[in-house]
Design a protein around this ligand. Structure first.
Ligand code: IVH
Length: 674
């Protein structure tokens, strides 16, 4: 780079920073970004490159300087120049009305009071000190008098400006809440669990915990955000007249202010605000635990003053708690559509999240073990918005002497079939498959699907309707459906009913591997079904095979052999198979043949390009039926490549390795007709 004039360089870098700050303001404060993320990233990259080239030009308030401080051994303390107070609580309309009455009495006013209404954000309170517009210190609330110095951590929060916009006061203390948006919280917890680390109980704990990391690099990885709700000390500035104007000014200075803030006149308006916010609580991107009402006029706030550690001019009207304690009376297991058993907690009814809850999910057995929950325990139940109530923790000290461990039932509570839980698997499942009422619809959809029995016109919605109206109970009942019954269904005319009956008749003549696949035996996919048929030839042989014999089949290990045996040991499943055969389902006799006897045994083929006369899937099926393996990429082991139109790199590679390449016509010539 050419040598530059220092002043010109500094001006250029500062202009770039200003541009980035302007975008930050639009993004975090106005919620109205005007460039795509990628363009913003490019600006940041450009600034980083500049600063790398000229490190002496780096300033502490540069947008690049959010993380960088070394880990601390402990936090310093900060004495708040003005104490950080708390708020008195209201829990009902009466509480709100008496607060309003006290305010009017205190001010000796009859007319409606103007209130600034704000969401009560559920995070951690912080104080940010700006001097000449620069963030110089951030502190926790602590006991209200003394907090901890968390400056390096707060600097990593992207919505906290390192430098204020416009013409800020010489000193300004901004107060507000650091919180974690709900979507980010869920993502963080997934990440924690996938790394084998503990999940956070709620976004508030996650936010508070993240702020108290000694290593700012760790805080930087936590998705924190900030909303400003008041100010502390300010010097060199004419305070506005009221709270809402203070917040407007903060917004002008580039600080994020919550968008749900409104002005109310009198307590009735406040009530409406509370009800409206409560109704939308579940749809907000962050957690709130109530609404805060503040007398809007700062002069009137001054006249009202404080009582013990709370202002007389504000109140927090809390929402119903989203977490409560109650007793776990019992655990029952529900069977889902795919046979998975979910433990459901039966609870002493408790009012939580605005409703009475008597059932909550325990997710799975791992969760039960992790929580170490027993019947009789006192548990913490959480219900947030429309979310299914869940047991989040156990109160260990409240465990009664007779608390009973929770056991997985040996038999499915719906159909009585054996319950299986594979080693290393979280889910326990009912082995009843087709025979289990809970799994009916899913099993039937699979049975009818294209790669299974291929029953044209029998879509998912129709299956659900047939099951709901109890017209079919299992897959064998499908073949008893007639035009009359079908034509009576919603959106089903004579013609489509007749078509479906024909499709059912067509599907009766199938192939054994399709039939096996259609049964929905766990982990028996198309290719395993094909291998089974190739090895055993007949259904009778497969039914007679023990676990050892099953494991002789290529690609079948102990787990799959176990699933096949469990399915075929279930009397109910055998009855359904028999009924299907009685209803006319049949297949041509397949000769049992060892792998080596098939014409393409031991060969690996690769398909590439567009085929015309058949789909890739059909070509694959043909090849596999002749014993070939079909691979996704060309290697020295490839025996032959079937190349359709517009074949690309795979074809080139095959040619470079001298592998045989054939086109579709040649392929069809070599394959026997189905
Ligand atoms: S005003 C003297 N406004 O609630 C006024 N607080 O119990 C003090 N909070 O520690 C705070 N949202 O963390 C205020 N819009 C809001 C708030 C809010 C949440 C928290 C804050 C404080 C606690 C007060």
């Amino acid at each position: 780079m050419p040598v530059r004039d220092d002043a010109a360089l500094a001006a250029e870098i500062e202009a770039l920073r200003e541009e980035i700050r302007a975008h930050n303001y639009r993004y975090y404060v106005l919620d109205d970004p005007d460039i795509p993320d990628a363009a913003y990233d490019r600006l940041m990259q450009k600034l980083l490159a500049f600063e790398q080239e000229y490190p002496d030009q780096i300033t502490p308030d540069s947008p690049t300087q959010r993380v960088g401080a070394e880990p601390l051994s402990s936090f310093g303390t900060v004495a708040h120049e003005q104490p950080m107070l708390s708020l008195a609580n209201a829990f009902s309309e009466e509480d709100m009305a008496s607060f309003d009455r006290r305010v009017r009495e205190g001010l000796e006013r009859d007319e409606a009071i103007e209130y600034c209404c704000e969401p009560k954000l559920d995070g951690a309170a912080v104080s940010l000190l700006y001097e000449h517009g620069r963030l110089v210190r951030a502190a926790t609330r602590g006991d209200g008098e003394t907090g901890e110095d968390i400056t390096q951590n707060v600097r990593t929060i992207k919505s906290v400006p390192l430098r204020l916009r416009g013409n800020p006061p010489a000193r300004l203390e901004v107060r507000g809440e650091v919180y974690m948006p709900l979507a980010e919280f869920a993502r963080l917890n997934e990440r924690q669990l996938s790394r084998g680390e503990k999940a956070f109980v709620n976004p508030r704990n996650a936010a508070a915990g993240s702020l108290r990391q000694l290593d700012p690099a760790l805080t930087a990885q936590r998705p924190l955000a900030f909303y400003c709700y008041s100010i502390g000390i300010s010097e060199g500035w004419q305070l506005p007249d009221n709270q809402s104007a203070v917040l407007d000014a903060m917004r002008e200075f580039g600080l994020p202010v919550n968008a749900e803030i409104r002005i109310a006149h009198g307590s009735q308006d406040c009530r409406d605000y509370h009800a409206d916010l409560l109704g939308r609580r579940g749809a907000l991107a962050y957690e709130i635990d109530g609404a805060v009402f503040k007398v809007n006029s700062l002069a009137e706030q001054g006249r009202l003053g404080f009582v013990s550690r709370a202002p007389r001019w504000a109140i927090a009207w809390k929402f119903p708690a989203q977490e409560e304690m109650t007793v776990l009376h019992d655990v029952e297991f529900q069977v889902g559509r795919t046979g998975v058993l979910t433990p459901v907690a039966r609870l002493q009814p408790v009012f939580v999240g605005g409703v009475t809850v008597s059932n909550a999910t325990l997710h799975n057995l791992d969760e039960i073990e992790k929580l170490d929950v027993r019947i009789g325990d006192t548990v913490v139940v959480r219900r947030a918005g429309d979310v299914i109530p869940q047991v989040v923790s156990v109160v260990p000290d409240a465990r009664p002497a007779g608390a009973r461990p929770i056991a997985l039932p040996a038999h499915c509570p719906v159909c009585g079939s054996a319950v299986e839980r594979q080693k290393g698997e979280v889910a326990a499942r009912c082995s009843g498959a087709l025979a289990c009422r809970a799994q009916r619809a899913e099993g039937i959809k699979h049975f009818a699907s294209r790669k299974a029995m291929d029953i044209e016109g029998l879509g998912d919605r129709l299956v659900e309707m047939l099951v709901e109206q109890e017209l079919i109970h299992d897959v064998a009942d499908l073949f008893r459906l007639d035009v009359n019954t079908l034509a009576g269904l919603e959106r089903m005319g004579e013609k489509s009913a007749a078509n479906l009956v024909e499709a059912l008749a067509r599907a009766q003549s199938t192939r054994l591997h399709r039939f096996l696949f259609a049964l929905g035996i766990r982990e028996v996919g198309e290719s395993t079904a094909r291998n089974l048929v190739r090895h055993f030839g007949t259904l009778e042989n497969i039914i007679a095979a023990d676990v050892d014999a099953l494991q002789q089949v290529p690609d079948i290990g102990a787990v799959v052999a176990g699933h096949v045996r469990a399915f075929l040991d279930e009397e109910r499943n055998l009855r359904i198979i028999q009924r299907l055969r009685d209803a006319g389902v049949h297949w041509p006799v397949e000769s049992a043949s060892a792998e080596a006897e098939l014409p393409l045994s031991g060969q690996t083929w690769v398909l590439t390009g567009k085929l015309e006369g058949l789909t890739r899937e059909e070509a694959k099926e043909k090849l596999e039926s002749m014993g070939a393996k079909v691979a996704g990429s060309v290697s020295k082991k490839t025996r032959c490549v079937l190349a359709g139109a517009d074949a690309g790199s795979k074809l080139e590679k095959a040619r470079s390795l001298g592998i045989e390449v054939i086109d579709e016509n040649e392929f069809l010539r070599r394959m026997p007709a189905d």
